[in-house]
Design a protein around this ligand. Sequence first.
Ligand code: H79
Length: 596
Amino acid sequence: MAQRDMYMDNAEAEAELSTTELQFTGEAQDRRLAWWREARFGMFIHWGLYSLLGGVWKGKEVPGTYGEHIMLRGQIPAKEYETIAEEFNPVNYNADEWVKSAKDAGMKYLVITAKHHDGFAMYDSPVSDFNIVKRTPYGRDPMKDLAEACHKHGVKLCFYYSHSMDWHHPDSQGNTHDYPGNIGAWDDLESWIHDEDKRTRYERYLNEKAFPQLKELLTQYGDVAVIWFDCGHKVTDEQGQRFVDYVRSLQPNCLINRRVRRDGFGDYGNSGDNQLHIRINRRDWESIHTMNNSWGYKKTDHNWKSVKGILHNMIDVFSLNGNYLLNVGPTPEGEFDEKSKEILAGVGRWMNTNGESVYGTTGSPIGKPQWGRCTAKGSKLYLHVFDWPASGKLIVPGLRSRIAKAYLLADPAQAELEHHRLSGEDAVISVPALPLDPDATVVVVEIEGSVDANPVKRLHKQDHLNVFGAFDGDIQGEKLRYDTGKAGRDVVTNWADANDSISWTYRAAEAGDYEVKIVYGAEEGAAGGSFTVETAGQKLAGQVAPKGDGYEFREETLGVIRIEQPGEYKLTVSANELTGSVLMNLKEVQLAPVQA
Ligand code: H79
């Protein structure tokens, strides 16, 4: 848990903020955030000296996922790392092309690494000559061109600045291979805040480099829309607040992400790096994702996501009222690689047709429908259908408002789709036999009056498998907790207490039979036991069969349950007996309709 908390801020904590705290941040923040809430979609760019190495040092791949951490993971001495600058010459860099490709992909803002943890400034920094203008044959300031291109094309310019860590400065944090007396990469606050020497020297780094460089970034490039800070767990509340105040004093409209310190600081929050699954619909948050695994260019990283996967991920975030930043790691020559360009083009094609369902929208009022996701704007709901209904009948679950009109967003004629009410809670829309876009087809629903909806999950009797994912369930108990939500980690884990359970609420619109399946991982030698799945007064028993590392998922069919009456029900998975130190990592429960 500590490991996880280190580098993400807590998505759930906002719900616990008192109303006075919210009022305190209210109006000015609303004004600052207006463009950002409208924008929804941006580009992240990780580009620095590390891009030149592409994850390889002296012919060997350095361990670790992130190319931009090579200096630390490879324990490369600062003096040696400095020398690679002599080969950094991104002659193919064309700021206009970068900004245009962001714009073509539908992105409204761009966040670029002005300085990452390695301490190298990718701009003209009078404060530290460890910068691209002074140390490379390129000798120019790429941020100047980028600022111009952004301002020209109407894309917001934002800077990532590593404030808390700097592996080059002798008094900062992280680099103990050159500076053994420094604060280590894994050291927590407690380890140094009472250490006079470490604290004084760290303050010197802040005063000598971090604050003055921020001033450069906020005075040399015109309007900066966001300063994107990282690893705020490494600074004190007081230091974090100083960063906030300093940015505000230089550019009062510039947004600050919460990683400047932690919850309660800055303007908006972030989920974890590459976190795919998030639990709640919160105000003003941003999800950040790479196209492969690394942020900075890495020659050996070929684990590219599909356009469809990225689109589903993005739309999921939008439906939870979040913004989405998609990362590109340009090459040392200053170009986007072919694969990144291909992905951007695919995403751009979708955004070009469906952008209306993204910009200025807010999260779903109807929860997470089984067939996809939903976003909303004014009197329109945008239904993002991932799983097209074979019957041609798309059920809009929990929509109590009357539908005035329904049509396909990609249809320029906006031909009306037939629709009718199933009940006070549900409506149904007749859709064509095939989706217009197999990745995600958007159905627009115009409603009468304001939105009246029920977000409780509705059970489907045809077309869709009913999936109850761990991240959508509510945990009861002491030990059980949500995993990181990263790829393959969308489970509840640490099921170490037999009294713990997880449950979901759902609504059945009609009677029916469902086959119950459970999907879980269980580590050999660690997990094991028995459990019960209970719903609508019926119980099904199961036995955990351990296999692999706890994330090798297996599916087990437990039996059939019958829903006799329409109504709201609870589905609960509880432990009976633990035979290992934990029960299992539960991923999901499925209710598959059984045709009578
Ligand atoms: O910029 C990207 C990552 O490089 C950055 N956040 C995204 C946006 C990031 N910095 N740190 N982390 C993510 C989390 C990893 C932290 C650690 Fe470590 C890995 C702590 C210890 C091992 C980094 C490498 C700090 C010390 C070594």
